[in-house]
Design a protein around this ligand. Structure first.
Ligand code: FES
Ligand code: FES
Length: 166
């Protein structure tokens, strides 16, 4: 077993893990953060996308040890627990009907979060390019692109400002 230190959704975790533990299993099984989904397990569907020091990664392809000392942000850290308010990107997905079964949604939202963090005003093509690695098999992509677009305009900016985060 090997020690690892992760900052997950702002909380410090010091764990002893097998060296071959992947980040996805650590999140889902050790920390019981099951919002991060396992689809293909091969880096092809994007369902397991989380943010590693602010950059989107496939948690199924990353060894937990590679994240040692890093910040990991998952879907569980997005809503404001105190006020029970959804993050503006989550709100936009609900408002635009960009969710059906929801399996792809945590990964899709994390990808959107990274995109908007890097480029607060992405155009439709930027959004399509950003989510190209996130597969959705039921909603279709129009509503997802609409939801992310709605966060890129003045309204999205104002709402993001309220929570002080992207
Ligand atoms: S489960 Fe990681 S990319 Fe599909
Ligand atoms: S909402 Fe079902 S896979 Fe995207």
């Amino acid at each position: 077993m090997t020690p690892v230190h992760l900052i997950v959704n702002g909380e410090d975790y010091h764990l002893m893990i097998p060296p071959n533990r992947i980040l996805l299993d650590l999140l889902r099984e050790d920390l019981e953060l099951t919002g991060t989904k396992e689809g293909c397990g091969l880096g092809k569907c994007g369902a397991c996308t989380v943010l590693l020091d602010g950059r989107p990664v496939h948690a199924c392809l990353i060894l937990a040890l590679q994240a040692d000392g890093c910040r990991v942000d998952t879907i569980e850290g997005m809503a404001d627990i105190a006020t029970k308010a959804l993050h503006p990107i989550q709100e936009a997905f609900v408002e635009k009907g960009a969710i059906q079964c929801g399996f792809c949604t945590p990964g899709m939202i994390n990808t959107a979060r990274a995109l908007l963090g890097e480029n607060p005003d992405p155009g439709e093509e930027d959004i399509k390019l950003a989510i190209a690695g996130n597969l959705c098999r039921c909603t279709g992509y129009h509503k997802i692109v609409d939801a992310i677009s709605s966060c890129a305009c003045g309204k999205g900016e104002k709402e993001r400002g309220k929570n002080g985060q992207v």
